[in-house]
Each structure stands twice: as structure tokens, then as C-alpha cells.
Design a protein around this ligand. Structure first.
Ligand SMILES: Nc1nc2c(ncn2[C@@H]2O[C@H](COP(=O)(O)OP(=O)(O)OP(=O)(O)O)[C@@H](O)[C@H]2O)c(=O)[nH]1
Ligand SMILES: [Mg+2]
Length: 303
């Protein structure tokens, strides 16, 4: 018989919601470091990312998921939706994140599709955007409307202002089962350095290019090697896949200027992860319709 540790609370918490509502921001804030990339563009998260919060009396394993978009019919998007829903089917608690300023049809659909047998917390993020009494009233109406999804809690928060994150953690703890820690208490994510490096590069590309490119590129780190001659130098090689030849010059920029900015910004962040100097080489490669190519999506772990 497996004995439960009655002094320790532990479990998986799934994060679900439309793209751009702040799922990754919330997880990073809760665990106190950036393990999942955040940008102002939709569908930043493509692969689920585990982020572990550990304290003396509990361990919460957050599962950050891709944003769920019911309208986009691209193969990439269909896979992201499937990944997100399958990940919230095997958790101890789920959190659906909404924006406090609006409740959209997709929010309702997501709530309707959440598993009935797993406790649900609804979080209304970005309350810092609520300024007028009219907006406040609309949010109260929204809360009343959301009661029919039978959440165990509805909590307004602002990740940006760090408002009520501690209360959310307390509510999560109240709904967690007793048990032994799931992971070593020093672990913050199960994602390897290749994945984390490719995500940092992807974030810096998203921030440097316009919306027209956002859904049309992917990053693969092909090699990470320690330099044997120069200690504390890591050499990283990565390929940026793009689906249209017209996108290549946009990514590279005049005289390679854009790619240089991406490389410099990424290198700065990679130094923190690799705790030393980093030399990053980037290549841009044309792969027609990579986001409709099931073999390539499989390779990137989006299956
Ligand atoms: N004003 C405000 N902005 C926020 C807050 N939380 C997150 N954001 C911003 O919302 C944007 C999207 O945040 P993400 O954390 O990437 O959202 P996401 O839900 O993970 O998005 P996908 O990965 O695309 O599904 C970023 O620009 C964040 O800085 C908040 O509390 N207030
Ligand atoms: Mg995200």
C-alpha cells in the first residue's frame, strides 16, 4: 500500500485558455523564473512546458499549455488544441485563465470542454486593465455568469502587478492531494537546454518581426557544445525554418542586421541559462509549409 505524506501537498495543475491571456506569464510568476516564453503575440507557446513551484509544505507542477483557438484550422493549430485538451485531462486541478475585461465565445467553449471530474479554478487575469466603474460592473456580471461552470474558485488577478498571485497559490494548495514530492525540490522545469535555448531564440524573433511572420517560422537548436579550448564558452547552432522565400529577407534584414539583433538579444539571455559565455550561430532555412508538415511538427514535439 502506498502511504500518503499527510504533511505535504502535491499535484499537477493544468493551465488552459485562449492565446495571449497570460498563461505563461502566470506560470513564470508563480515559480519565480522564466521557463515559458512570453510575448505580446498570440500563440507564443507551442509545446507544453512544465514549471515546478516548491515550498516546504507543497509542490505544484504547473503545466503551461498552448493557447486554444477554435477558429484557426491550420494543422499546427489543430495539434496545439489537441495537446492542450489532452493535458488537462490528467491533472489534479485545472486553471482556466480568462481576461477580466472580456468573455469571448472561445472562453465559454474552453470552459465547457474542461473535464467535469477535476477541480476547476477560473482566473480573471489583467485586472490592472480595469479602470472604470462600468468595466468593474461588467467583471462582476462575468463572475456571476461563470458560476455555472461550477469552479471551486473564481479569482481576479494581475500577473503584471503581482496582484493576488499568493491567494491563487493558497487556493491551489487547498485543492491539492497529500503525497510525496513529484520532482526533486530544486527542479524548476523538465525541459532540456536545447528546448529552452530554441524558445529564447524564438521569442527574440517574434519580438523582432511583424505579425506576418509570426506563424510562419520555427526554431531548432541543432547543436550545443562546450568549447574545449576556452573554458566557460558554449557554442550553440540553431536553424530558423521559414515557409516562404519572401520571409527569408525579412528575417535576415538588410545586410544581416535583423538576424544580428536576434542573435545578440538571444545570446544575452542564453548566457544566464548556460552560466557563462555563449557563441550563437543562426541559419535561416526555407522549408515549404513547415506548419502543415506532419513529419516536421512531429520532430518539434508538436504531435
Ligand atoms: N496588462 C497585463 N498584461 C499581461 C498580464 N499578464 C500577462 N500580460 C501580457 O499578455 C501578453 C501575453 O502573455 P503570455 O503569458 O504570453 O500569454 P499566453 O496565454 O501564454 O499566450 P499563448 O502562449 O499565446 O497562448 C504578454 O504581452 C504579457 O506581458 C497582466 O496581468 N496584465
Ligand atoms: Mg504561452
Amino acid at each position: 500500500m502506498v502511504r500518503k505524506n499527510i504533511n505535504f501537498l502535491t499535484g499537477y495543475v493544468g493551465l488552459a485558455g485562449r492565446p495571449n491571456v497570460g498563461k505563461s506569464s502566470l506560470m513564470n510568476q508563480a515559480i519565480g523564473t522564466q521557463v515559458s516564453i512570453v510575448t505580446k503575440r498570440k500563440q507564443t507557446t507551442r509545446n507544453p512546458v512544465l514549471g515546478v513551484f516548491s515550498s516546504p509544505d507543497c509542490q505544484i507542477a504547473f503545466l503551461d499549455n498552448p493557447g486554444i483557438d477554435f477558429k484557426n484550422s491550420l494543422l499546427l493549430n489543430k495539434r496545439l488544441k489537441k495537446i492542450a485538451f489532452s493535458n488537462v485531462a490528467c491533472t489534479n486541478i485545472n486553471i482556466v485563465i480568462l481576461e477580466a475585461t472580456k468573455l469571448l465565445e472561445d472562453d465559454r467553449k474552453i470552459l465547457q470542454n474542461m473535464p467535469d471530474d477535476i477541480p476547476l479554478i477560473i482566473v480573471l487575469n489583467k485586472v490592472d486593465k480595469i479602470r472604470t466603474s462600468h468595466q468593474k460592473e461588467a467583471m462582476y456580471k462575468m463572475v456571476a455568469d461563470l458560476e455555472r461552470f461550477k469552479p471551486v474558485e473564481i479569482i481576479p488577478i494581475s500577473v503584471k502587478k503581482k496582484f493576488q498571485i499568493d491567494i491563487l497559490i493558497e487556493k491551489i494548495k487547498q485543492n491539492l492531494p497529500f503525497g510525496e514530492a513529484l520532482f526533486n525540490r530544486t527542479l524548476i522545469t523538465d525541459r532540456d537546454l536545447k528546448f529552452r535555448a530554441s524558445e529564447i531564440i524564438r521569442k527574440n524573433i517574434i519580438n523582432c518581426v511583424g505579425d506576418e511572420l509570426h506563424y510562419h517560422f520555427a526554431v531548432e537548436v541543432t547543436s550545443i557544445k562546450e568549447d574545449l579550448e576556452r573554458s566557460s564558452l558554449t557554442r550553440i547552432q540553431a536553424t530558423i525554418y521559414t515557409s516562404k522565400s519572401s520571409h527569408k529577407p525579412i528575417l535576415i534584414g538588410e545586410g544581416g542586421r535583423k538576424l544580428k539583433i536576434i542573435r545578440l538579444r538571444s545570446t544575452r539571455e542564453l548566457k544566464n541559462i548556460f552560466q557563462g559565455n555563449v557563441h550563437l550561430s543562426l541559419w535561416v532555412k526555407l522549408v515549404n509549409c513547415w506548419n502543415k508538415n506532419s513529419a516536421l511538427l512531429d520532430n518539434m514535439g508538436i504531435s
